[in-house]
Ligand binder design. Structure first.
Ligand SMILES: Nc1ncnc2c1ncn2[C@@H]1O[C@H](COP(=O)(O)OP(=O)(O)OP(=O)(O)O)[C@@H](O)[C@H]1O
Ligand SMILES: [Mg+2]
Length: 492
């Protein structure tokens, strides 16, 4: 905390009148401010709409609980014969459409006399109106270091013991280190909660806690819901074909999970292919096979929920992905989100810029899997060599892969593939996508009544009734294939 106090002192000396601190650790920030006030012998006041203004630390507690109204508060601060430090907790709602409040803040912030006051706006999230930005600085709390995380865990273990007749928390070095790794990137408050979560159920920190802590961590940190944690990952056994893609992933698993100094960490891939060819399924399989959390980035939420703040929230989502590292970040149908068109006042351009910068600068192992049906829509800078490791083209399955896919879906529904003439079925389903093959199995099962056995004949019949999408979309597929040849690697 000492280093943070020093940083804050530098900011105070630079004459900034308005400090913005975004944090959920209110008590920690207040402690920090108390130390700052002591170091500088400044009177310190804290305000909230519920309690009004009151003195903190050694500051005389006069006029406690007054000025609950923002306007009255700011007038009081403006006329305060400073210098003083005023921390306003959760002031953010009062900045909305509030010209008077904004003007008062600006007048306080503009004061550069010797007895000026410094305002600290402390909220979980706060964006300043333009009028005030010029007079402000942002301060970020340091995240707990490894040693500090270790001592948080120790304190939580001790307090569990105290509550449980001095029983000791069971653990081993490996699990403890695992837990510390998973707590990296979270705030103090959150680290404490997560350590408690790991210990409280069984009085042990062991291998079982890691997954749980990861999920709990995600739930704690995912305030914007731009990312979602996908529980439904898949195994290679669920995916027919894609041998090359599977082999590629298998070769890079170690380089990703356990990076070595002289080996590049895999960055990510693009999966390009026609509808229903299994791109989304394959994306899920990356996480399943590497045994990593699968985080899905939802541009829909980003665009709709955060109109005007999209880039900032994308940055936050990417930070969260890094905090969850090692992890797989999945962007499905990426062309829909950042098409090269320019009909949205440049938002998608800027979003693309943010994504590209992150891809170039990310520090933690986050593997990006993007899928797309139509790469010609995508801006060339995204798929330029070096950004991603590879572009895989997922073509329609050939006969052998069709057999595999049919077999996977028959098994999934409790049928034995040996009872079916798979080569024959594969030969009549030329042009079918993986999704269509699955549909064939599903519709045949539903179409039959309970006593009827489902066999090759029923499937053949259903196949002859089906018009494969590849027939309807013949030209479209030819176009994708032409684009893909030479530019991409076949996934099959
Ligand atoms: N190679 C495959 N192996 C096994 N099942 C497959 C395969 N391809 C597709 N399927 C089945 O079809 C379903 C739909 O496929 P998926 O959603 O992955 O296709 P997609 O390429 O992402 O399509 P879209 O472009 O429409 O998003 C999968 O959930 C899976 O059940
Ligand atoms: Mg898909």
């Amino acid at each position: 905390m000492r280093a943070e106090v020093k940083d804050l002192e530098v900011l105070l000396d630079s004459g900034v009148g308005l400090l913005v601190i975004e944090s959920l650790d209110e008590s920690r920030v207040l402690e920090l401010m108390t130390r700052l006030a002591m170091a500088r012998s400044l009177p310190l006041f804290c305000w909230s709409v519920a309690s009004g203004l009151s003195g903190l630390g050694f500051t005389e507690r006069s006029g406690e609980g007054e000025h609950t109204e923002p306007e009255s508060l700011l007038r009081h601060i403006r006329s305060y014969q400073g210098p003083g430090l005023f921390v306003l907790c959760d002031f953010h709602p009062f900045l909305q459409d509030a010209p008077l409040v904004i003007r008062l803040l600006k007048e306080i912030a503009m004061d550069d006399s010797a007895n000026r006051s410094t305002l600290v706006l402390l909220s979980h999230s706060l964006s300043l109106p333009n009028e005030l930005r010029h007079y402000s600085a942002r301060f970020e709390l340091a995240m707990p270091s490894e040693a500090q995380l270790m001592s948080i865990i120790r304190e939580e273990a001790q307090s569990w013991s105290d509550r449980n007749n001095d029983k000791r928390v069971r653990t081993d070095n490996r699990s403890l280190q695992h837990l510390v790794n998973n707590l990296r990137g979270v705030s103090w408050e959150e680290a404490r909660k997560l350590a408690r979560t790991a210990i409280v159920d069984d009085g042990a920190i062991d291998g079982n806690d890691v997954d749980e802590v990861k999920r709990a961590k995600f739930a704690l940190m995912n305030h914007d819901q731009v990312l979602s944690f996908e529980f439904d990952t898949s195994k290679f056994a669920d995916v027919g074909g894609l041998q090359r893609f599977k082999a590629w992933l298998a070769e890079r698993r170690d380089a990703f999970i356990d990076p070595q100094p002289d080996v590049d960490i895999p960055k990510g891939v693009m999966l390009l292919g026609v509808q229903g060819s299994g791109k989304s399924l394959a994306a899920k399989a990356v996480a399943g096979v590497w045994d990593l959390p699968l985080l899905r980035l939802d541009f829909g939420v980003l665009y709709n929920k955060f109109f005007g703040e999209t880039e900032r929230n994308l940055r936050r989502a990417l930070q969260l992905a890094e905090a969850m590292a090692p992890a797989v970040l999945w962007v499905d149908e990426i062309e829909k989100s950042i098409a090269s068109g320019d009909n949205d006042q440049g938002t998608s351009r800027r979003i693309l810029g943010t994504l590209l910068t992150w891809m170039a600068e990310r520090k933690s192992p986050v593997f990006l899997v993007a899928t797309s049906n139509d790469i010609s829509q995508l801006p060339p800078e995204l798929i330029r060599k070096g950004r991603l490791d590879e572009i895989f083209f997922v073509d329609l399955p050939d006969a052998l892969v069709r057999e595999q896919i049919l077999s996977i879906h028959l098994k999934k529904r409790g049928l034995d593939p040996k009872d079916f003439d798979l080569p024959r079925l594969a030969s009549v389903t030329e042009g079918f996508s993986g999704a269509e093959l699955e549909q064939l199995v599903v519709s045949t099962l539903y179409g039959s009544d309970a006593n009827e056995t489902v066999g090759t004949e029923q499937l053949l019949e259903a196949a002859s009734d089906t018009q494969a999408l590849s027939v309807v979309m013949f030209e479209e597929i030819a176009r994708i294939r032409a684009w893909a040849s030479g530019r991409t690697v076949s996934a099959h």
